[in-house]
Design a protein around this ligand. Structure first.
Ligand code: C2E
Ligand code: CA
Ligand code: CA
Ligand code: CA
Length: 279
């Protein structure tokens, strides 16, 4: 299978879903994509809001489709979840991230933590902590260099016994972050009960900064409560200098977004790691 050359990733074309008309067909092509290893991981830096220093990066999956180019996750993750393929896909992502980290480490770079997204359905098989433990051991990665991002609703998922698995993941030494904070209904006290290490304020709230009074009030409230509970806060989707300046004034810990960098392939991430200060 011929894939698009490095650095020449074509954008997703809507024809994919004209061709793949129904869910079953998309499901089948996901099975094929797993067999043919068509998934890849891109990385988006997270930086210290004050110093601009790289502190971590988020791993984001892409489907490199031979005919349709780069397919974004929102186009296939929901189908992977409903078809049960998400556990296998999640395992592929974990494996690719750990392999990449081992390569970076072998090149003598000082590693920063990498965060991996885990969705509620991934807890269905009950073995996320084992998959993580195995990949960490095989690639000799320090568990403290891995973070898991999980949404509020996934944390509360009782059917999949997410709580037990989250504590097993945490017992490995992996840090836990609440993703898309503010979009669900969890209270900060619940987050503390789950021993979450930090939270990521959803892009929807970052977008409001500088635009509306409420936006700033909301972010300020999250920050003061999170800090009182000893949690670190990341603002997602920072796209402008103005948003960054407001977040700095509010003492947000870390920022992530297009203003700093888009998600980039591993080779490009290497350059950003060497650069260290990104704003
Ligand atoms: P997310 O975890 O909330 O990830 C952040 C999304 O926002 C990413 O989209 C990222 O590219 C995008 N983003 C980052 N900065 C900006 C910005 O400044 N402006 C705008 N407009 N967007 C920004 P992406 O990569 O398309 O991922 C979408 C979602 O797919 C993720 O949302 C996550 O929920 C899911 N996802 C991605 N990779 C994985 C994975 O490996 N496993 C699972 N289970 N889900 C994944
Ligand atoms: Ca995330
Ligand atoms: Ca998010
Ligand atoms: Ca999201």
């Amino acid at each position: 299978v011929k894939v698009a050359g490095k650095g020449h990733h074509r954008f997703f074309q809507p024809e994919l879903f004209e061709t793949i008309r129904n869910r079953r067909e998309l499901e089948q092509s996901l099975v094929t994509a797993l067999e043919l290893d068509q998934f890849l991981v891109v990385y988006q830096p997270r930086v210290d809001a004050m110093s601009g220093q790289l502190c971590s990066m988020e791993a984001l999956v892409r489907w490199q489709h031979p005919q349709h180019g780069m397919v974004p996750p929102l186009e296939f993750i929901p189908v992977a979840e409903s078809s049960g393929l998400i556990s296998q896909l999640g395992e592929v992502v974990i494996e690719k991230v750990c392999l990449q980290m081992a390569r970076w480490q072998a090149s003598g770079l000082e590693m920063v933590p990498v965060s991996i997204n885990v969705s509620a359905r991934q807890f269905g098989r009950g073995d996320v902590h084992q998959v993580l433990a195995s990949a960490l051991a095989r690639h000799r990665i320090d568990a403290r260099l891995i973070e898991v991002e999980i949404t509020e609703s996934a944390m509360m998922d009782e059917q999949n016994r997410a709580v037990e698995q989250l504590s097993a993941i945490r017992a490995l030494g992996v840090r836990l972050l609440v993703d898309d904070f503010g979009t669900g209904y969890s209270s900060l006290s619940q987050l503390q009960k789950f021993a979450m290490d930090g939270l990521k304020i959803d892009r929807a709230f970052t977008m409001e900064l500088g635009r509306s009074e409420q936006g700033e009030v909301f972010v300020r409230a999250i920050l003061s409560m999170a800090h009182a509970l000893g949690m670190s806060v990341v603002a997602e989707g920072v796209e402008t200098r103005e948003q960054l300046d407001i977040l700095r004034a509010l003492q947000c810990n870390e920022v992530q977004g297009y203003f700093i960098s888009r998600p980039v392939p591993a080779e490009q991430m290497l350059g950003l790691m060497q650069q260290r200060f990104l704003i």
